[in-house]
Design a protein around this ligand. Structure first.
Ligand code: ZN
Length: 266
């Protein structure tokens, strides 16, 4: 179908491009979409290389970020999932927020449940601040970590410390180290005695929060920790991310692992 402004063509994304540009957006519905390169204002011939990759959001999954309001929990969840899909290859993942009767979060083979009581407690204890968003992000990645590791057949997917590790490693990758520190500070403030008493009553396999705080701070300052997690994460990274990391290595990335993986895929 020819694209004409008179037909009321809607623009999903528009940008001036120089040298190199990268952008992502969510397609709102099934249909034909066109990429228009406009160099009419230019005087010289340009050669352009374009590559596109499609990340399918499976039916039944959370709605795209642009249908939720920024600053809300559904928005935070949808944005995180979109970001994870761009970075990693994994199967179906449903994230729900619901009433549980107590403050907690759970994960299954392809589902994460965040209890509304957990979010209410974060708001209660951290105030209506950015810290709530940071701590919620950590909770989400801890639970999603269980799910992804299970889908990737990682033997210790069920281990609570391992889930804290992958949450920390992914948050560093996503430039969220400051949010990890918020979570560590929050863990450090939970009094150990009352927590230990509670653990005797309910079966809770998480280490004490003060211990989790110490672990997280240690991992953040340990370059070997981040390198170690790259061996788990690189085989499940999207090829576009691997290509980006090959071109622009990051402090946490391993160029050797990235290049090996790219060779293996080709
Ligand atoms: Zn867990």
């Amino acid at each position: 179908m020819p694209l004409a402004a008179s037909e009321g063509a809607k623009v999903l994304y528009r940008a001036e491009v120089q040298d190199e540009a990268k952008f992502e957006f969510t397609i709102p519905e099934t249909g034909d979409y066109h990429l228009v390169l406009d160099n009419r204002a230019g005087t010289s011939i340009r050669s352009v290389h374009v590559s596109a990759s499609v990340t399918e959001i499976m039916a039944g999954e959370n709605s795209a970020p642009d249908t939720a309001k920024p600053g809300t929990v559904p928005y935070a969840i949808a944005s995180l999932k979109a970001k994870l899909r761009l970075a990693f290859i994994f199967d179906e993942l449903q994230i729900d927020v619901g009433a549980c009767g107590h403050a907690n979060a759970y994960s299954g083979p392809k589902r994460v449940l965040i209890c509304v009581e957990h979010i209410a407690r974060l708001k209660d204890e951290l105030g209506e601040t950015q810290k709530v968003r940071d701590a919620l992000l950590f909770t989400l990645l801890h639970e999603i970590g269980h799910v992804m590791l299970r889908q990737w057949s990682y033997p210790f997917y069920d281990n609570e410390e391992v889930a804290d590790e992958i949450a920390t490693a992914i948050m560093v990758m996503f430039n969220e180290a400051a949010a990890v520190r918020t979570q560590a500070a929050y863990f450090a403030e939970i009094p150990s005695q009352s927590e230990a008493d509670k653990k005797l009553v309910i079966d809770d396999r998480h280490p004490l929060s003060v211990q989790r705080a110490r672990n997280i701070l240690r991992w953040l300052d340990d370059p070997d920790f981040l390198k170690k997690w790259q061996t788990v994460l690189v085989p499940h990274m999207q090829t576009t991310l691997l290509e980006t990391l090959a071109r622009k290595p990051q402090p946490w990335s391993s160029l050797e692992l990235v290049e090996q993986e790219l060779v293996r895929r080709n």
